[in-house]
Design a protein around this ligand. Structure first.
Ligand code: AQP
Length: 345
C-alpha cells in the first residue's frame, strides 16, 4: 500500500437484525431503539433484515416469511422511518452474498474458529452445524462493507464479529494494495448493551432461548410483561444506593439497566430513586414502565401486520435503494480482485 494518508470515508450507519423469531426487549434496547435515534444524527442509515443469516439454522419457510414481515413492522413501530432510512431484507440485494464469498476467501479459518457465538450456538454439535453458521461473520462483514458503512450500532454480543469485520477490511486492503474498505467502528452505547435473561443473569436475553419466561417479547401484552418481571429471578437484598453495590448481583444489575434504558436515565439515577427499596416495589415500577413503553409498539406492529402487501412494498423500495449503493461497491471489488465483467457490455 502507498504511504498516502488513509482515505476518509463519509459516515454511514449500517446494522441488521435476524428474522429468526419474535423480537425481544434485548433487540429493542440494544438495537432498534438506538437505530431510530441514529436517524436524527444527520448520517445516512441503512437497516437490514438479515434473512440469509437466519437460515444458517433451520427455518420453516412460512415462519421465516412471517418473521421477516413482523421484524419489518417492529423496525417501523420502533421509530425507524423507511423514508429517512433504507430498510430492506438482505436476500433482495444479491451483492451481500457475492461479497461474502469474496470475504470467505479473505478471512482465515483460525479467525472464525475463535468466534464465541459459533461455539455457543453450535455447542457440542459443531460437526452437524451448517457451514453457513460457521461462515456467518463473513456474511456480516459483507453486509456492512457492501455499503462502505463506517459505524455499526450493535449490542455487546456482536463486538467480536465486528472485530473480525475490521480484520477482513484490513487484510483485503493489504492483500490487494488498496484503501478500499473502511475499517468500521462498533457503536456499543447505552445502559442496556447486553440485556440478560430474566431467568439467569449470566445469559443473554435471546429470541431463541427455549424458555419464554427468560425474555420479554415485543408482542407480549401488559399482563405477560408484568408477570414475567414479577417472576424474574433476583436475590433477596434491597437495591443498593450506588452502582458499585450492584457488583456480584447480575440479576439486580440487569433489571436496573433495563429500567434505565427504558426511562432514558442512567443506572445511578435509577438507584437514586429506588436505592434501599426491595424488589417488591421495584419490579412493579419496572413492569409499569415497560408496559407504557412497549405496548404502543406492539399495537403498532399488529396494525402494520394487517397489510403485509404494504410491508413487502416498503421492503422492495428499500432494496432498490440499497442495491443502488451496494452494486457499484461490488463492481469495484470485482475489478480489484481481477474478476472479468464483460456480459452486456
Ligand atoms: N440481549 C441483548 N441485549 C442487547 N442487545 C441485543 N441484541 C440481541 N440480543 C441482545 C442485539 O440485537 C441486534 C440483532 O441481533 P440478531 O437478532 O441479529 O442476533 P442475535 O444477537 O443472535 O440475537 P438473538 O436474540 O440472540 O437471536 P438468536 O436467538 O436468533 O441468536 C444485534 O445488534 C444484537 O447485538
Amino acid at each position: 500500500m502507498s504511504d498516502a494518508p488513509a482515505k476518509v470515508f463519509p459516515k454511514r450507519i449500517f446494522s441488521g437484525i435476524q428474522p429468526s423469531g419474535g423480537l425481544t426487549l434485548g433487540n429493542y434496547l440494544g438495537a432498534l431503539k438506538r437505530f431510530a435515534v441514529a436517524q436524527d444524527e444527520g448520517i445516512e442509515t441503512v437497516y437490514c433484515l438479515v434473512d440469509l443469516h437466519a437460515i444458517t439454522v433451520w427455518q420453516d419457510p412460512g415462519k421465516l416469511r412471517h418473521a421477516t414481515r413482523e421484524l419489518a413492522a417492529g423496525f417501523i413501530a420502533s421509530g425507524v422511518d423507511p423514508a429517512r432510512s433504507i430498510l430492506f431484507n438482505q436476500s433482495q440485494v444479491p451483492a451481500h452474498a457475492e461479497l461474502a464469498w469474496i470475504f470467505n476467501c479473505v478471512a482465515r479459518m483460525g479467525w472464525l474458529r475463535r468466534m464465541t457465538q459459533f461455539k455457543d450456538k453450535a455447542g457440542k454439535h459443531a460437526e452437524e452445524a451448517s457451514v453457513g453458521l460457521f461462515a456467518y461473520p463473513n456474511l456480516m462483514a459483507a453486509d456492512i462493507m457492501a455499503y462502505h458503512a463506517t459505524h455499526v450500532p450493535v449490542g455487546e454480543d456482536q463486538k467480536q464479529h465486528l472485530e473480525l469485520t475490521r480484520d477482513i477490511a484490513i487484510k483485503f486492503n493489504h492483500d490487494y494494495g488498496v484503501d478500499f474498505f473502511p475499517v468500521v467502528e462498533p457503536v456499543i452505547e447505552g445502559a442496556a448493551t447486553r440485556v440478560m435473561s430474566l431467568r439467569d443473569g449470566t445469559k443473554k436475553m435471546s429470541k431463541s432461548d427455549p424458555s419464554d419466561q427468560s425474555r420479554i417479547n415485543l408482542t407480549d401484552d401488559a399482563d405477560a410483561i408484568a408477570q414475567k418481571f414479577r417472576k424474574a429471578r433476583t436475590d433477596s437484598e434491597p437495591l443498593p444506593e450506588t452502582v458499585d453495590g450492584l457488583d456480584g448481583r447480575a440479576e439486580a444489575r440487569n433489571l436496573v439497566n433495563i429500567y434505565a434504558a427504558l426511562a432514558d436515565v442512567t443506572p445511578a439515577q435509577v438507584l437514586a430513586q429506588f436505592g434501599g427499596q426491595g424488589f417488591g416495589t421495584f419490579k412493579p415500577a419496572l413492569a409499569d414502565l415497560a408496559v407504557a413503553k412497549l405496548t404502543p409498539i406492539s399495537a403498532e406492529m399488529k396494525r402494520l401486520m394487517q397489510d403485509v402487501a404494504e410491508i413487502d412494498r416498503v421492503l422492495g423500495v428499500g432494496a432498490e435503494r440499497a442495491h443502488a449503493i451496494a452494486e457499484p461497491v461490488l463492481d469495484q471489488t470485482r475489478e480489484i480482485v481481477g474478476l472479468i465483467r464483460s456480459r452486456g457490455r
